[in-house]
Design a protein around this ligand. Structure first.
Ligand SMILES: [Fe+2]
Length: 201
């Protein structure tokens, strides 16, 4: 099975419930693993095939359903509390860049969706356009997650109070990761790729 777990402590709830930083870290590991799967699959296939399209379709749906709809709002509940914490100019850039990149990533995901439509229609140059766009997406998403882990999360752990974390937790929706924790029927093709890739490691 796929990458799990972390040992974060920020935003701790009572008992053994996962903390907000646990959730964010697990989200990142899972998405990073799926992006690795996509990259490997693309490297293995220089041209369009049905399996690749199924993987793409599932991955784009997943990104829209969970990372963009659940994970990014989690982080934005943190960034909206950080802006009033007397940030240095450099820290403010970190916070603002996080929010800007969430918008950029959403647009990049939509572009990949249009690329898949073009692939299905077998439009001229659809594959090279898609390959270029997916490389850009991988670069942006990986840099984004790396910066959050190295800069945003430590900033939040240093500046947010227990009251802030309690507010962040209180707004947490009752939602689980659809690939790993629910709706695995919908995302079966994606999970199969992830399991296969993980087993092959
Ligand atoms: Fe993130």
């Amino acid at each position: 099975m796929a990458p799990e777990g972390s040992s974060g402590t920020a935003g701790a709830k009572s008992g053994s419930s996962p903390t907000m930083m646990d959730r964010l870290t697990v989200d990142h590991r899972r998405l990073a693993f799926m992006l690795d799967v996509l990259e490997t699959r693309l490297a293995d296939s220089g041209e369009l095939d049905a399996d690749l399209l199924v993987l793409l379709d599932c991955l784009i749906d997943y990104i829209r359903e969970y990372p963009q709809t659940v994970h990014h709002p989690r982080e934005e509940r943190i960034t909206e509390r950080l802006v009033d914490k007397g940030l240095t100019p450099g820290e403010r850039v970190v916070v603002e860049l996080t929010m800007t990149q969430h918008v950029d990533l959403s647009a990049a995901t939509d572009k990949l969706g249009r690329d898949v439509t073009a692939l299905l229609a077998r439009e001229a140059d659809a594959m090279p356009v898609f390959v270029t766009d997916v490389r850009r997406y991988l670069e942006l998403q990986r840099e984004h997650m790396r910066r959050e882990e190295q800069q945003l999360f430590p900033l939040a752990m240093r500046l947010l109070t227990d009251a802030d974390w309690n507010e962040v937790e209180a707004a947490e929706p009752n939602t689980t990761d659809p690939v790993y924790e629910s709706r695995q029927d919908r995302y079966r093709a994606l999970m199969d790729y992830v399991v296969d890739a993980h087993t092959a490691r």
